[in-house]
Each structure stands twice: as C-alpha cells, then as structure tokens.
Design a protein. Structure first.
Ligand SMILES: Cc1ncc(COP(=O)(O)O)c(C=O)c1O
Length: 460
C-alpha cells in the first residue's frame, strides 16, 4: 500500500455519528416513507444498498471498515500530501503556521473521487447497472464517470448549465469515461422543462440538476441516483482526508488550532474536519472548525435552519438544515460546487449548536486569495477551495503578533486548472457582480417559512 510522508491510507472511515449521536437521524434515508412537498405520504422502493444506508445511520461503531478493493483503488492517489505553506506565511508576515492538505491529485481533480469510488463499488455489488447524478462544477460528475467506468456501470450526468458553459472541458472529461452528459436544466426531463420556464437562460442550480437525475433514476430499472455530498455516508467516505491529515500533522509534531474548508453541501468540510474533533478529544486538545461559503449562496450565515427539500422537484426526503430554499438560484459564480442551497443535516444540527464557525466570502476575495496561494505555493486551487484559503488568511491576519502562533490547517479540495477564466476575470477586474438578488432571496426564504408552517400543521 502506498505511503506519503510516512503514513498509509486509513483502513477505516471515521464514523462521526458515533461521536455525535445527538445529531444522527437528521438525515432521512431514501427508501423510507417520504413526506412530499405537499402533505401526501408516498412509499418508494429502497434506493440505496444496505451498506450505504448503514453508513448513513449507524451510531454503534467508531469506524467502518474500508473494503480491500476500495483500498487498492484509493492507493492510486492516496495518501494525498499535506504541506506547510511557508511562502504564503512569509508573504503574509502573520503569526501563524499554515498547513494545507491537497486533494487535487486525481483524475477528477478533487476530493469527490473518495465517495464516487465507494458508491460505484457498493452499487455495482448490489447489481445496479447505471448511476445518474447531478453535478455543479463538474468535479463530482467527472469522479462518478471514472468510478462507473472502473466498475462497469453506465453513467448519466446532469451538469448545471452556468458551470458547463464556463467549463466545457468538464463535459469532455466525463465523456472520456463514457458518461452521457446533459446541460441542466435540460429538455430530457419533466423537471428540466419546468425549470426552464422559470429560468429561460438555463443558469441552473444543483437542486434542478439533482431533480432531473432523480427523475431519470426513478424511471429506470437497475438505475440509481448517486449523491455527491450532504448525506452522512458521503461525509463518511470523505473522512479519509481528515484521517490522513491527523496522522500527517502528528508526524510533524503539530495539532491545528483551526481546520478550514469550503462548504458546498458539506462532505469536504466534514471529511477533513470531523476526524479532528475526535482526535482533539482523544488528545485532550482543542480545535475549532471554520466553514467558508460564498457570499452568493450564504446558507450558513443568512439561511434558515428549517425543514426543506434537497432538489427542485421535491422528490428527496425532507431534512432540517440550513437552507436558502430549493427555489433559490444563486448568481453564476465560478465556484459552482458551492452554489447548493442547502447543507448536510448532520452538519446543520451541529452548527445550530455552535459546534463550528462559518463565514461568507465574496467571489473577488476568494479568487484573490486563490491567486496569492498560487503565486506563493505553486498550486492553482479550485475556486471552491480558494474560499477556504480566504478563510485561513482571515484567521491568520487577525491573530495578534504577540500571542503564541496559530496553527491553521486548510483543505485544498481541488485544482483550478479548468478555472483559468475565473482567475483571468479576477485579474482583469471583470468579474460579474455576485451579491445575491435580495428580492429573490427573501422570496425563497418566505417560501421555506410557509413550507414549514404547512408541514408542521400537516404532520401534527
Ligand atoms: C473543488 C470542490 N471543492 C468543494 C466542493 C464542495 O463540496 P461539498 O459539497 O463536499 O462540500 C466542490 C463541489 O463540487 C468542489 O468541486
């Protein structure tokens, strides 16, 4: 098994539900009775293999074993490096030691492959022949296309229109691995046609792309919807990142004061951060996690903690989560992977208890931080990851010079090699405004409040 910086790939995923059982069960698995957008209860056939359902719900064991076949595949690109950002520290002149974990060294260019491989493995074992999904910026779609290729599954991807037009190379990558790719909203589904009426320019959102994928999955035999983030099993697969990073920091004699990551639906943030919460308890240390989101899609800092659905069509189970409403279409920022209206139910419950910190960053600030990181460290981060860098810079700059140095770990969730136009726009000061449309945002939040009143009334 491959080793990086003297450590091997963890043989187990870290079951954070064991550490925080009080936040388990916020995530209603598909396959149980669902309460639809109105008041009607419908039953659907089980959608996920039992292994994934168990991983999303079990609170009884501290770890889940990783199957041997997956360990072999993870060793194609794991352990991923953890490095100290010395040039960045020098440039900032801040009183901080800054480390970064880098997840961009695989074909998908991001952390997404950690869960894509696991899901394709379990679905293939369960006799499924095709996986369908929605993807924002295309990293998840690319990861799933590759994983499906390895396990002999067909793959269909609905990619958010605004992102696909920004990054047509993503389509080429997915097609390279045999996936069928639709620009969402598309004409291929009822959900897509309905969404196009409200969104004639086909900007799209992950909620719409997900709705389209679910429609296709429900219409086919041996076809299933694969989820890119948010569900507990996906966060679990991503704990490889934090599991490795705990060991790597330990080998350097370090433990972070802060772990910083960007937040889409939460698997990246949870994946790097949650193992550190366990490690801190075991080592009697303290650590604070910081989630960084785009100001264009500020669900953690301006959203409601309320019941909501994950997709535009209302097919998914209802979760209590931080949300801007599934109708909210965020401005088409380049960090397409952070444009999702909601968040993981588990992480939302934790945030409601102030279990971590959150901040929102405008697009220009994030991309400028990404450029600074590239100049200093020689790695171009994905626009999503650039948000984490902006968060880490903020922490480092605010830390007083006469205190003991802060130790900050940030996760660079992906590379930005398909995002050069984002950085060009940033450098030439031609980025489009990214502030949320306040009227649309308050309308969407109003809709969430009404939905909650209706649901609470209907189920009491
Ligand atoms: C590079 C990158 N970072 C972060 C994210 C957000 O991920 P998550 O939903 O796991 O929080 C994405 C999502 O597509 C991404 O592509």
């Amino acid at each position: 098994m491959s080793k990086t910086q003297g450590i091997s790939i963890p043989k187990q995923w870290c079951n954070f539900l064991y550490d925080f059982p009080q936040y388990a069960g916020q995530d209603v698995p598909r396959g149980v009775a669902l309460l639809t957008q109105g008041t009607r209860r419908v039953s659907v056939v089980p959608q996920q293999p039992l292994s994934l359902v168990t991983q999303s719900n079990s609170i009884s064991e501290p770890y889940h074993e990783i199957p041997e076949r997956l360990l072999e595949l993870y060793s194609q690109y794991r352990p991923t490096p953890l490095r100290r950002a010395r040039e960045l520290e020098r440039r900032l002149g801040a009183n901080a030691r800054i480390y970064y974990k880098y997840e961009g060294l695989n074909v998908s260019g991001s952390h997404k492959l950690n869960s894509a491989l696991a899901q394709a493995y379990y679905y293939a074992k369960a006799g499924i022949q095709e996986l369908v999904t929605g993807t924002g910026a295309g990293q998840w779609g690319t990861a799933l296309a590759y994983a499906c290729k390895l396990f002999g599954l067909r793959c269909t991807v609905f990619m958010v229109g605004a992102s696909l037009r920004q990054k047509p190379q993503r389509r080429a990558m997915m097609e390279l691995f045999g996936a069928t790719v639709h620009e969402s909203p598309s004409d291929a589904t009822e959900v897509g046609r309905k969404a196009t009426q409200k969104d004639p320019e086909r900007v799209g959102s992950l909620a719409i792309a997900t709705g389209e994928a679910l429609e296709v999955a429900h219409g086919g035999k041996r076809v299933r919807f694969a989820v890119g983030s948010g569900e507990n099993c996906v966060l679990l697969h991503q704990t490889l990142i934090g599991g490795e990073a705990v060991e790597q920091m330990g080998a350097l004699g370090e433990f972070p004061d802060h772990v910083v990551a960007c937040m889409g639906a939460g698997s990246n943030f949870g994946g790097v951060g949650l193992p550190f919460l366990r490690a801190a308890r075991e080592r009697e240390r303290s650590v604070r996690l910081l989630a960084v989101e785009p100001a264009a899609c500020p669900k953690l800092t301006r959203g409601l903690y309320a019941l909501d659905i994950n997709d535009f069509s209302g097919t998914t189970p209802i979760n209590r989560m931080y949300t801007l409403g599934s109708n909210y279409i965020a401005p088409p920022i380049f960090a397409g992977g952070l444009r999702y209206h909601g968040t993981s139910a588990f992480l939302s419950a934790m945030l409601a208890d102030k279990g971590f910190d959150a901040m929102a960053v405008p697009q220009r600030e994030a991309l400028s931080a990404g450029l600074l990181f590239a100049e200093c460290e020689g790695l171009l981060p994905a626009p999503e990851s650039a948000h984490a860098i902006a968060g880490a810079l903020d922490l480092a700059r605010k830390h007083p010079g006469d205190a003991p140095p802060k130790v900050i770990l940030l996760n660079i969730s992906g590379h930005g090699l398909f995002d050069l136009s984002a950085y060009e726009h940033c450098r030439s000061d031609t980025l489009a405004p990214d502030a949320p449309n306040e009227a649309l945002l308050s309308e969407s939040l109003r809709h969430v409040r009404e939905f909650n009143t209706r649901i609470t009334g209907a189920s009491s």
